[in-house]
Design a protein around this ligand. Structure first.
Ligand SMILES: Cc1cc2nc3c(=O)[nH]c(=O)nc-3n(C[C@H](O)[C@H](O)[C@H](O)COP(=O)(O)OP(=O)(O)OC[C@H]3O[C@@H](n4cnc5c(N)ncnc54)[C@H](O)[C@@H]3O)c2cc1C
Length: 519
């Protein structure tokens, strides 16, 4: 199969990019999807339209939230292109929620002022639906669902397509393209405790790394402090942290409001700080019956339950729990991966033909993502990636016409045993608080697992596992290299002051180059 632009991933970033290309060029787009990723969970996103707000204040909040480890050019691009989304929404016929004062804005942890706007608590689904309706009308747009890209194809240093697996037909095949947009989202799902959906994983990072792209900031995994651990129907689902500004508090296993022991601001601290405090509280004083702390939202006013927090109320009521009357058990879970493929402010990777955007990219969020910035990132950088693809397409490029289909082989190893071991290793090595010993142990374990896995090509389950193992390995190497604590990377054995470098990892022949790039 051949196309002009291949977009791997159909989360909001990939869809926004596709729309940009279809509307502004005559190019053909093939979009691969294997689910919708994290985007359907986007409630709201940052937009600096409040009276006391500005792009500059937003920039400062984003940099501070990322502990000044972010790439300033990416942050500037995000902030300066934020307000123009008001026109984008208008053009899409979508209305942001409003109150008497204008756009209804919520206050996210880490922001100086209320800045989170949204569409009835489901901005992601509303946007995806509207954009997909528009895309479907174009004959130049093809979306193929049930497809998994596993490897990028390179020729003379240029990325010219991807080797894919068709989950319906059980075969491998190749798609060739003049430009490839990698929009595979984050890799938070490789963590056993995660708020992410099953369709995302390590493929994007492994594909980009093996194709020669640089990975950056991989150690910065943002944990969602308040992910449900009980009951099973809601386990892994986060409760929005804006509720802490509306009266919700955290309590230890015996009911004490432990956050006051850690900070005068109580629960109203950035997510990384809160995750660390919860983790420490559980280690020091034990946990609730199912391994967490109590999230007590009984003081949240009734009008909020009937309004913006209604989905959470309903979610728990369906399990027989009334959040207005009783606390629930929560614990940190891997949420957003701040690191990813290194890009410039136009989503270029330095590899001809390869453009990366959205959560698959690294450098924007630094050591800790500001709440609401990922939703904004999908739209701002999805559009930029679309534009980049238009200018990247090389009209002279001659692509192979046909590809053969290769039948998927059955795995010759016990995949579930491998998966269980990987989960345990990640839990021990890459948790909220890390140390050298556990990271070295993790690296050693994953190395021997990769060796034992053996040849993985043309076996879907093995290749996916390999990609996850490689991503876990790179993340551990990155976390080991950063021997200091900063933001959501916390080393209990920190031996240095906070660094002014970022850890970058790149394939160099058969070796892995790990280096510290000064910021
Ligand atoms: C529970 C939850 C709630 C959140 N709430 C908010 C919020 O309110 N505000 C906010 O700013 N941020 C929020 N975030 C973060 C935000 O949702 C994500 O950062 C954002 O949606 C990422 O968008 P994306 O398009 O880059 O990736 P995703 O939406 O994750 O999409 C990735 C796409 O790539 C596909 N894919 C992955 N691997 C492959 C492969 N190998 N081959 C083919 N396709 C592949 C997936 O199936 C999917 O279609 C939340 C995250 C979670 C998990």
């Amino acid at each position: 199969m051949q196309t002009d632009v291949l977009i791997i991933g159909a989360g909001l970033t990939g869809i926004v990019a596709a729309d940009e290309i279809i509307r502004n060029s005559t190019l053909k787009v093939v979009q691969l999807s294997n689910g919708s990723g994290a985007s359907p969970f986007i409630h709201g996103f940052c937009i600096p339209v409040g009276e006391a707000d500005s792009e500059e204040l937003f920039y400062e909040d984003s940099m501070r939230s990322g502990y000044y480890q972010s790439d300033p050019k990416l942050v500037r691009q995000l902030c300066m292109n934020s307000k123009e989304l008001l026109d984008y929404f208008k053009e899409l016929g979508l209305e942001l929620d409003r109150n008497e004062e204008g756009v209804n804005l919520l206050h996210a942890l880490g922001s100086t002022v209320p800045r989170i706007a949204g569409i009835q608590n489901s901005t992601g689904p509303a946007m995806m639906k509207r954009l997909q309706e528009r895309l479907k009308k174009s004959k130049r747009y093809t979306k193929i669902s049930g497809q998994r890209a596993l490897e990028l194809i390179r020729e003379s240093g240029r990325v010219i397509g991807a080797k894919c697996y068709d989950t319906k037909e059980d075969v491998f095949y190749s798609i060739y393209a003049k430009a490839v947009i990698l929009a595979t989202g984050g890799f938070g799902r490789i963590f056993p405790e995660s708020t992410n959906s099953q369709d995302i994983g390590g493929d994007g990072m492994a594909m980009a790394y093996l194709a020669g792209a640089t990975l950056t900031d991989m150690e910065f995994i943002q944990f969602e402090p308040s992910a449900a651990v009980w009951p099973p129907q809601v386990a892994g689902k986060g409760i929005v942290t804006t509720m802490f500004y509306d009266g919700a508090v955290l309590r230890g296993k015996d009911g004490n409001r432990f956050m006051l022991d850690y900070s005068e601001a109580g629960e109203c601290v950035p997510k990384d700080v809160q995750s660390k405090c919860i983790y420490e509280e559980m280690q020091k004083n034990g946990t609730t019956p199912h391994g967490g702390v109590w999230f007590d939202a009984t003081k949240v006013p009734e009008e909020k339950w009937q309004g913006v927090y209604n989905p959470y109320l309903k979610r728990y009521l369906a399990c027989g729990i009334d959040l207005r009357k009783e606390p629930v058990e929560i614990a940190p879970a891997a949420h957003t991966t701040c690191g990813g493929v290194k890009i410039d402010e136009n989503c270029h990777t330095g590899i001809p033909g390869l453009i990366v955007c959205g959560e698959a990219a690294g450098g924007l969020h630094g050591a800790n993502r500001l709440g609401g910035n990922a939703g904004l990132e999908t739209m701002v950088f999805g559009r930029i990636a679309g534009k980049a693809a238009i200018s990247e397409v090389d009209g002279m490029l001659i692509l192979p016409e046909k590809t053969e289909c290769i039948i998927n082989m059955l795995p010759d190893v016990d995949i579930s045993a491998f998966r269980a071991k990987l989960e345990k290793t990640i839990r021990n090595s890459l948790n909220v608080i890390r140390n050298k010993e556990s990271l070295e142990h993790g690296i050693h374990t994953v190395t021997s697992m990769i060796k034992k896995l053996g040849k993985y090509q043309n076996c879907y389950e093995k290749q996916r596992l390999y990609n996850d193992l490689l991503t876990a390995y790179i993340t551990m190497v990155s976390a080991l290299e950063r021997s200091s604590s900063v933001g959501c990377h916390c080393r209990e054995d920190a031996i240095e002051e906070m660094g002014t470098y970022r850890v970058e990892i790149k394939k160099n022949g058969g070796c892995m180059d790990v280096h510290r790039k000064p910021i």
